[in-house]
Design a protein around this ligand. Structure first.
Ligand code: SAM
Ligand code: SF4
Length: 456
């Protein structure tokens, strides 16, 4: 999923959203994409390089009021089954175009993939294996809504080769859970963990959110303490993205119960400190992992990167997106399937690629993508070295003037042509990354942008 924080620009009163750079250029730049071009990207994928697959399951049983994901509420299984039938057509169609590619990573996201029955999941993964060659070391991850998961589903995941489960926790406090319309007991989480661990799926991620209604520094402290007791191997600590103009249901929550900016920052700082005291290592913008976790290994080896799932250790440079609204990333650009379920299904009924939007990228985009991904992953970058590597002559004159201002403010340090974000500058990571975004309006002062970045 892609969530954005907004900032209030000092030069205009309209809220300006600050990207999280799960892609560059961001999805805001996507336009109509010619399906024939997408087909050539698929057809031209080299056989000797691994590919990653993303499957979007846009259904949930109940709406969480904070939700920023692309999903639909369904109380019956019928629309889910119809969707799976269409998804199967897409897998066969794309597989027939790409040929049997080697797969290094598979991610099921949503919505809630746990809405799929155990039997349907097994069938779906068999079809994926018929069309693609899943490498033995591949990571296969599923986003889990603990309320719609079951022991039988977990067994089906294990049988299908799933080896990572990302559990939506959000917050353990019962008052917060009521305020966000997502009540789930600690006992349910304990059951889920037992099912996964007994099935041999020991790579467990927890998704937590800070900055939601009724949350306080104290409740966040309790949630983090409980999280540490469950001992997941990885934690994503997302800042709540309040975008009621895009997600109308967020208005169901009392906006007066939303914490202010200073409190949001205090929540993140406390959670980050407590997680690190418990033995977790901080990664990038919002991730934490236990030593030995594959993300930390990838970071140490300089392989960690930013992608639509946040941070990733996946070696593939191509991701194919399946399902309504799914985004794929290719050497030539991005392709997003239609977000309209009807249009998505009808295209596949006609055996046509259901692509809706996307963007063809150029050499400068690819170079800036690496600059931004490096900064978002390591808090440091030498843009000139990356430009040289891409064979591009870019002087970074404007960027350098702003980087020097950041150094003067103590937000960054400079060593030769390499710039590092300091502890003081870390909360401004996204604002600093906008410096290199060729599509982001550079009409505000970088220091003002940093200060205003965190406004909820
Ligand atoms: C697709 S959901 C995960 C699976 C499942 N649907 C669930 O909620 O348990 C992806 C994650 O996005 C995060 N998320 C959703 N809406 C958000 C928002 N408005 N701001 C920040 N994070 C959000 C939540 O942490 C959620 O677990
Ligand atoms: S279960 Fe997940 S995707 Fe569904 S509404 Fe809640 S947060 Fe959104």
């Amino acid at each position: 999923m892609t969530v954005h924080q907004k900032i209030i620009s000092p030069v205009e009163s309209k809220p300006r959203r600050l990207p999280r750079y799960t892609s560059y250029p961001t999805a805001l730049e996507f336009n109509d994409l010619d399906p024939a071009l997408y087909e050539t990207w698929l057809r031209d994928l080299p056989d000797d390089q691994p590919v990653s697959l993303y499957f979007h399951i846009p259904f949930c049983e109940k709406l969480c009021w904070f939700c920023g994901c692309f999903t639909k509420i369904s109380n019956s299984y019928e629309p889910v089954q119809r969707y799976l039938d269409v998804l199967r057509k897409e897998i066969s169609l794309i597989g027939s175009i790409t040929g049997r590619k080697k797969i290094s990573h598979i991610h099921f996201g949503g919505g809630s993939p746990t809405i799929i029955s155990a039997e349907s999941f097994l069938d779906l993964m068999s079809l994926v294996r018929e069309n693609f060659d899943i490498l033995p070391e591949a990571e296969i991850a599923v986003e889990i809504d603990p309320r719609t998961c079951s022991e039988a589903k977990v067994k089906a995941y294990a049988t299908s080769g799933v080896n990572r489960a990302s559990i939506g926790i959000q917050d353990f406090n019962s008052h917060v859970q009521e305020a966000i319309n997502r009540v789930q007991s600690d006992a349910l989480i304990a059951d889920n963990l037992r099912w996964f661990r007994q099935a041999g799926i020991t790579n467990i991620n927890f998704d937590l959110i800070y900055g939601m209604p009724r949350q306080t520094v104290e409740t966040i402290g309790e949630t983090v303490a409980k999280t540490s007791e469950f001992w997941p191997s990885r934690i994503a600590l997302f800042g709540y993205a309040h975008v009621p103009w895009m997600k109308k249901h967020q208005q169901m929550m009392n906006k007066h119960h939303l914490p202010g900016q200073a409190e949001r920052q205090a929540m993140f700082d406390l959670a980050s400190t407590k997680l690190q005291e418990a033995g977790y290592v901080a990664i990038g913008l919002d991730h934490f992992a236990l030593p030995g976790d594959s993300l930390l290994v990838a970071r140490a080896e300089g392989r960690m990167k930013r992608n639509f799932q946040g941070y990733s250790a996946d070696p593939a440079t191509t991701m194919i997106g399946f399902g309504a609204s799914a985004i794929g990333s290719f050497p030539g650009g991005y392709a997003q399937n239609s977000s309209d379920l009807k249009a998505y299904s009808e295209a596949l009924e006609r055996s046509e690629i259901p692509v809706g939007r996307g963007l063809k990228v150029d050499a400068t985009d690819l170079m800036m993508r690496e600059v931004i991904s490096t900064l978002m992953s390591t808090f440091a970058v030498d843009p000139w070295v990356i430009a040289d590597k891409h064979g591009i002559n870019h002087d970074f004159g404007r960027e350098k003037a702003d980087l020097d201002k950041l150094v003067a403010m103590g937000y960054m340090t400079q060593e030769g042509t390499s710039y590092h974000i300091t502890e003081t500058g870390k909360p401004y990571l996204r604002a600093i990354a906008t410096l290199f975004d060729q599509y982001f309006p550079q009409d505000s002062d970088i220091i003002d942008r940093c200060v205003h970045e965190s406004e909820g």
